[in-house]
Design a protein around this ligand. Structure first.
Ligand SMILES: NC(=O)c1ccc[n+]([C@@H]2O[C@H](COP(=O)([O-])OP(=O)(O)OC[C@H]3O[C@@H](n4cnc5c(N)ncnc54)[C@H](O)[C@@H]3O)[C@@H](O)[C@H]2O)c1
Length: 346
């Protein structure tokens, strides 16, 4: 009989695409759901092939001996409490981005996961997308030569998410919500160099004024008055090997929508969208647009890797430690914006 990883999905928002992928993997199954909202759980349970147990209390769920692994897809401020409870109960754990709402919380979880010895992984839909994986593979093979600079940006015109107040309050913000995707993915493509310093600006130009919300939705004063996060952030990260990274994230702006990564190597460069390689051949520029024939869903790549780490002992390519380092860069940039000074990263 095929051995299967029995998973519990916590959080019925981003938990659903992650849960569907774990469930359609031949070696995964979703045997439990956990959310404060029973209706959302019931609706998702209907989609699944077997009848999952449902929990509204994550602490109780973590004691269930019939669960091997927990996916955490709650709002940011609940990632660490839920994941800590899971690892304390010897469950393998996968956490959506960002790892936490602060650097200190992220560190505590990474240490606990290491001492528990469980598989611990970030669910990163940009890093695990086929185009990013393709660029990462070329980078490891030396195609770009020395990667010395990169740019990454995630820009919306009107995209402040207010359906869950956690996003717009302290601990949320555009950089932790969206900037994190391009930051993590480009850092991974660059070979995860050690960050040493960051300098940036950030603020809120739309949210507190009731503007810039998701798809131009009007929000009440009751919502906009609680706005306490960044709706834009931009800055420069310097790595130990001398590489520089310019990163930008805007929930709202008067600029075209964009989600882009650009890498500069001394042999070749690339951009993510559309996936293009840039090089010089016989003293002439060459632009190669790459089409990936049958791209997989990032969620399937994530689920497959998590299951391989658990069942086959494969080394994890996206451990929570990666989430911690990305958190260090994000929190450093936000701190730099607050203090007006460059922040050193240890
Ligand atoms: N591409 C991606 O990887 C991606 C995309 C969107 C959101 N996210 C992340 O997913 C997380 C949730 O965002 P969302 O858009 O799914 O939000 P959401 O509000 O749609 O869903 C969150 C769910 O968590 C539940 N919840 C809240 N506190 C809980 C608790 N203590 N115990 C159990 N359930 C709890 C809520 O009832 C809700 O159903 C955020 O951290 C966000 O950054 C990741």
């Amino acid at each position: 009989m095929v051995q299967k990883v029995r998973c519990c999905i916590v959080g019925m928002g981003i938990g659903r695409p992650n849960g569907r992928a774990l469930s359609r993997n031949p070696r995964g199954e979703v045997t439990a759901l956990c959310d404060l909202d029973s209706d959302r759980m019931e609706a998702f349970a209907q989609e699944l092939p077997n009848d999952p147990k449902t929990y509204t209390d994550y602490k109780k769920m973590c004691k269930d001996p019939d669960i091997d692994a927990v996916f955490v897809g709650t709002p940011n401020q609940w990632h660490v409490p839920v994941a800590l409870e899971a690892v304390k109960n010897d469950k393998h754990v996968m956490v959506t981005k960002p790892l936490a709402d602060s650097e200190r919380a992220a560190k505590k979880l990474v240490e606990a996961a290491h001492s528990a010895g469980v598989v611990n992984m970030m669910s990163l839909s940009t890093r695990f997308s086929d185009p990013c994986q393709y660029l990462g593979k070329l980078a490891r093979e030396g195609y770009f030569g020395d990667l010395y600079y990169a740019r990454a940006r995630s820009i919306r015109r009107s995209g402040i998410p207010a359906w869950n107040m956690g996003f717009i309050q302290k601990g949320g913000g555009a950089f932790r919500d969206m900037g994190v995707h391009v930051l993590d993915a480009v850092w991974w493509i660059l070979g995860r160099p050690k960050p040493v310093s960051v300098s940036g600006v950030a603020g809120a130009k739309f949210g507190p004024k009731g503007k810039g919300y998701w798809r131009y939705n009007q929000v009440s004063r009751k919502i906009s008055s609680q706005y306490a996060a960044d709706d834009y952030a931009g800055g420069m990260i310097r790595f130990e090997n001398g590489t520089g990274l310019q990163v930008e994230s805007f929930w709202a702006s008067h600029q075209p929508e964009e989600f882009q990564i650009e890498i500069f190597g001394d042999e070749a460069g690339a951009q993510l969208r559309p996936l293009t390689l840039y090089r010089t051949e016989n003293n002439a520029p060459q632009n190669i647009e790459v089409k990936i024939p049958h791209p997989a869903e990032a969620w399937d790549n994530i689920a497959a890797h998590f299951i391989e780490c658990i069942l086959d002992g494969k080394p994890c390519d996206a451990p929570l430690q990666n989430g911690y380092q990305v958190q260090q860069m994000m929190e450093g940039l936000l701190k730099s914006a607050e203090t007006g000074k460059e922040v050193r990263i240890r």
